[in-house]
Design a binder for this molecule. Sequence first.
Ligand SMILES: [Zn+2]
Ligand SMILES: [Zn+2]
Length: 320
Amino acid sequence: MKALWLENKHLQLRTDVPIPEIPPGEALVRVVRAGICNTDLELLKGYYPYRGILGHEFVGIVEQGPSQLVGKRVVGDINAVCGECYFCRSGQATHCENRTVLGIVKRNGAFGEYLTLPIENLHPVPESVPTDVATFTEPLAAALEIQQQVQVRPDDRVLVVGDGKLGQLVAQTLALTGCNLLVIGRHQEKLANLAARGIQTGLADAVTDRSFDLSVECTGNPEGFAIARRALRPRATLVLKSTYAGQLTFDASSLVVDEITLIGSRCGSFPPALQLLAENRVDVEPLIHAHYSLSEGLAAFDRAQKRGVLKVLLEIGVES
Ligand SMILES: [Zn+2]
Ligand SMILES: [Zn+2]
């Protein structure tokens, strides 16, 4: 089958990858659509030494698996877990010590014609949600994870740093809490997406230092971190939502003196994300900037790395 294969920081289009064998407890999924995420771009730069098919945001059709799922359009939780380690047994399965992660850690990903995932990872997509829209389930679930970790109150002043793919979803989900939200970024046209939804936006100079209760860093660069940090009043919370390809240095003493809570935030639960999409409470369509076929996958990656480009989708298979 065709697939985008990453090896030694080099991405190539291969046509000789075998269709995966189906491990016990897993289902075979024919991939229809997949999204290129910043994590994929970071993997290309080598933030984690991954070798295999890239991609973790997808919609597919179950080809082989339990009869109630076969033929269904699904999205899939990217963490495949052991069910037996301490974290699995204590309800923190995303931290499973033996996990593999779709297209990220020891598990071939979604930029190929087929993938396999454990049956329990698969979630049918509600009829009303278009396939393009459903490819955002994974990053939207990650955005919602913030609200599992921090209680956001309507009178909280909240800052989102970054107007990229993830920042847009984080901003839209935080806006649903009714909090006093400001999103800052570097791209007027991206901020305009959010302003159109009634969200307050600005450039970095719109931030008043030491005045926010919560800031969420969605840029993955040290400048973004510095802004998110400066914005916080004492005893506030800083959520790190992006992976960093390099090291981050910061003034640890000031975090101590100001008693700042620092929270790392990764994957979230799929059902609430699917529900938000089904209820049209977030709007992801303006974030889609291009479609490419899998054969044009390398060009799709070039496009995704261009300044100002939001989500690039790969059309991998037909819907029925
Ligand atoms: Zn992602
Ligand atoms: Zn486990």
